[in-house]
Design a protein around this ligand. Structure first.
Ligand code: UDP
Ligand code: MG
Length: 312
């Protein structure tokens, strides 16, 4: 029998894990019983009873594995750790909050088994139940990142995906510290089939992402997959230098031939501000990339394990 690995990142999900487990377990027993399975919970440094609940489940079922981080490393790290520990022929990534409906899994596997595809992903056809501002900012993010980056980032794509082994091995070979999985999944190539589904609201607990975190995540994504921002600043720098140069010539001509060099204070100030702004913007972008390079060269581990049960 083929082995199916289900990788589930969890951060403070004590309310959701029992609900999730009930659902996935009945699915495995009823619809997916032609597979061996392993369920891998990645506890991303939760500070509630998440780890205890997971341990309790795993003590009752040897197919349930867990890995617990020494602190919160973020979902991207949890995904990496889960994939790294998975042994399956098919590997599924899904959230614990049931926003990635387990009921889609059989269809996803069927599509994957049709040989043609190396991965099947889900994307939301609607974002109903989501705050307007979040939908808007997310649309803007996908628009910008796809304009800037050569790697296509699919709009509405979730991290709810199933992969064949060889694709997971390729994903793991991309071992950068600043991880943007949506981009990495595309970057490694292979053939992905996309399934649409309606957005489902979270049953318990809130989204673990604050606006600020999402903003940083978006910026991370853009920086990880495109260096066009650096070109924008170079371009802005060139344009402003040309404009400044033309302006200097105009002033010199005015001084020499018309002797009315005292142009308005306002225009002087606005040009200083404009150039200053462009400079700060450019330096800011440079700084972002330098800090990324700095973090990568430190070569730190993507996560640190506190405990797991993979040797048991
Ligand atoms: N998650 C995680 N680490 C974090 C934040 C979230 O492992 O630092 C997990 C979380 O437990 C859930 C999944 O990632 O299983 C998606 O989180 P959430 O529902 O908060 O994200 P959203 O659905 O709002 O994008
Ligand atoms: Mg969610």
């Amino acid at each position: 029998m083929a082995l199916l690995s289900i990788v589930v990142p969890c951060f403070n999900e004590e309310d959701m894990i029992p609900l999730f487990y009930a659902e996935i377990n009945s699915l495995i027993l009823n619809e997916l019983n032609r597979y061996d399975f392993e369920l891998i919970f990645v506890d991303d440094g939760s500070i509630d009873t998440t780890l205890n609940i997971i341990k309790d489940l795993s003590s009752k079922n040897k197919n349930i594995k867990f890995i617990s981080f020494s602190r919160n490393f973020g979902k991207e790290s949890a995904i990496y750790a889960g994939l790294q520990h998975s042994k399956g022929d098919y590997i599924v990534l899904m959230d614990v909050d049931l926003q990635d409906p387990p009921s889609l899994l059989p269809t996803m596997i069927l599509n994957l088994e049709s040989e043609e595809y190396d991965s099947v992903g889900c994307k939301r056809s609607s974002r109903k139940g989501e705050p307007f501002f979040r939908t808007l900012s997310s649309k803007m993010f996908y628009y910008i990142i796809n304009k800037l980056s050569k790697t296509e980032i699919i709009h509405g794509a979730r991290d709810y995906r199933i992969f064949k082994r060889k694709m997971v091995d390729s994903i793991l070979s991309v071992s950068e510290y600043n991880r943007f999985s949506k981009g990495i999944f595309q970057w490694v190539g292979f053939k992905t089939k996309w399934l649409d589904y309606e957005n489902i609201e979270r049953a318990k607990g809130g989204s673990k992402w604050s606006f600020w975190q999402l903003f940083k995540y978006s910026l991370e994504g853009i920086e990880a997959f495109s260096t066009s921002l650096l070109s924008i600043s170079t371009f802005a720098g060139i344009i402003s230098s040309i404009l400044a140069f033309i302006f200097i010539i105009v002033i010199v001509i005015q001084k020499l031939f018309f002797d009315n060099a005292v142009a308005g204070w306002a225009s002087t100030i606005s040009i200083i501000l404009l150039i200053g702004g462009i400079q700060l913007f450019s330096i800011g972008i440079l700084g972002q990339y330098i800090s990324k390079t700095y973090l990568e060269t430190k070569n730190r581990p993507i996560y640190i394990t506190k405990e797991d049960n993979f040797d048991e």
